[in-house]
Design a protein around this ligand. Structure first.
Ligand SMILES: NC(=O)c1ccc[n+]([C@@H]2O[C@H](COP(=O)([O-])OP(=O)(O)OC[C@H]3O[C@@H](n4cnc5c(N)ncnc54)[C@H](O)[C@@H]3O)[C@@H](O)[C@H]2O)c1
Length: 376
């Protein structure tokens, strides 16, 4: 396995372009691949030339900086041009069959020891690599939106990922000035199972009794957030939230973890084409009503977080780091459980279980009230 010098990026959309600019900024040569030559040119213009020219015009970077960056990024419509890449990051659209074919092509076109990774949000890495020769060189590298600003990267080890591949990816993330956490190949990986459960549970309360403004306020209070979970959903796009949510429900609702059922409210809001209206009326001050939502929200977050640890998806410290870094929560879910106390956390988890959102984690069926051992 050679040192990573040249990075390929398949799919130069929102994520691929930000990943490429990040890598170019860290000194890597980047070759991106798009579907055809026209898209290569328009995407380069959209994501590289125009935004960098604006930054030069505003005096944020010099023309020299821009020339250096643009000189490091080139585009192609042919897999063959990715042959010199030491690492290829796939960031094409979220369709499983398409991604499997992309990796089959990469396996044919790239060096036999080139590292191949996917930035998929929801698919198991092992499935995407089904047609790759030498799967020890495959893994997941999951960036978070917006990938040029959000510092978290989940490095996903599938069962065949070798230590050499994993170590090279950790080093790559570090050179890209990212915060990397290690995650097992699990539906949604580590951060998204927690985040998605939190918004599904919250959205299910939307209706006559709870407007979006109230749900936003309750989530801010429950988690100590400046920007609540309704606001973050609007930022991510309700379509993305709905589709990613459906994937999680499909994977986990009948698994031994359980997962909240998708709610009609999110579907309807996404189909309406408008984001949640965060100023849709007075925020409820009904303490009992607020407690009802808060307990379901925290119960769900605590339940899925405990399941992730029990399934060895992520270490307790990496889960905390991942949530704090990517979602800007002041405390991770496990520190929050320790702070609230394990007896009370167990009660909240049982609220989530009684609501049918999750199955009871072993820690609580064993009545284990030991706080989480965290470094921080
Ligand atoms: N947008 C997010 O918030 C986010 C966050 C984390 C991960 N992801 C994941 O990143 C991936 C990309 O998402 P996005 O939001 O950037 O999508 P996007 O639609 O903005 O970009 C996808 C690009 O891939 C190109 N493409 C499709 N098939 C291709 C092929 N065979 N060869 C080369 N290019 C091809 C398309 O032309 C398009 O430009 C998805 O798997 C998504 O789940 C997205």
């Amino acid at each position: 396995m050679s040192e990573i010098k040249t990075v390929g990026v398949v799919g130069f959309g929102v994520m691929g372009a930000a990943i490429a600019l990040n890598a170019a900024g860290a000194g890597y040569k980047v070759i991106f691949k798009e579907l055809n030559d026209e898209l290569v040119a328009t995407m380069y213009d959209r994501w590289v030339t125009k935004p960098l020219s604006k930054r030069v015009a505003k005096g944020k970077i010099s023309q020299d900086d821009m020339d250096k960056l643009t000189g490091q990024i080139s585009g192609t419509s042919s897999y063959a041009d990715l042959h010199e890449c030491d690492l290829v990051i796939e960031a094409a659209i979220e369709k499983m069959d398409l991604k499997i074919e992309v990796f089959a092509e990469l396996s044919k076109a790239c060096k036999k020891d080139a590292i191949l990774v996917s930035n998929t949000s929801t698919f198991l890495i092992e499935k995407l690599m089904a047609k790759v020769e030498n799967p020890g060189r495959t893994a997941g590298l999951h960036y978070f939106f917006p990938a040029n600003i959000n510092r978290l990267v989940e490095v996903i080890r599938q069962s065949e990922t070798t230590d050499a591949t994993y170590n090279a990816l950790m080093e790559f993330a570090k050179k890209n000035r990212k915060v990397a956490i290690t995650v097992k190949d699990f539906p949604g990986f580590a951060v998204n199972p927690v985040f998605i459960a939190s918004y599904i549970v919250l959205d299910c309360f939307y209706g006559d009794k709870f407007n979006a403004a109230s749900l936003e306020s309750i989530s801010q209070e429950a988690l100590g957030l400046k920007f609540g979970i309704m606001w973050v959903q609007n930022g991510a796009g309700l379509g993305t939230c709905f589709h990613a949510g459906n994937s999680m429900v499909e994977y986990l609702r009948d698994a031994d973890t359980g997962y909240p059922a998708m709610c009609e409210q999110l579907k309807k809001q996404f189909e309406s084409g408008t984001p949640w209206d965060l100023e849709d009326g007075p925020v409820t001050e009904d303490a009992a009503a607020r407690t009802l939502v808060k307990e379901r929200l925290l119960g769900a977050i605590f339940a899925i977080s405990t399941h992730l640890i029990e399934h060895d998806v992520v270490s307790p410290d990496d889960l905390e780091l991942g949530i704090i870094t990517s979602l800007a929560w002041p405390k991770g879910p496990l520190a929050l459980m320790n702070e609230i106390g394990m007896e009370e956390s167990a009660r909240l988890v049982k609220v989530a279980v009684a609501a049918g959102d999750f199955k009871l984690p072993k820690k609580f069926s064993d009545n284990d009230m030991t706080p989480w051992a965290l470094k921080g």
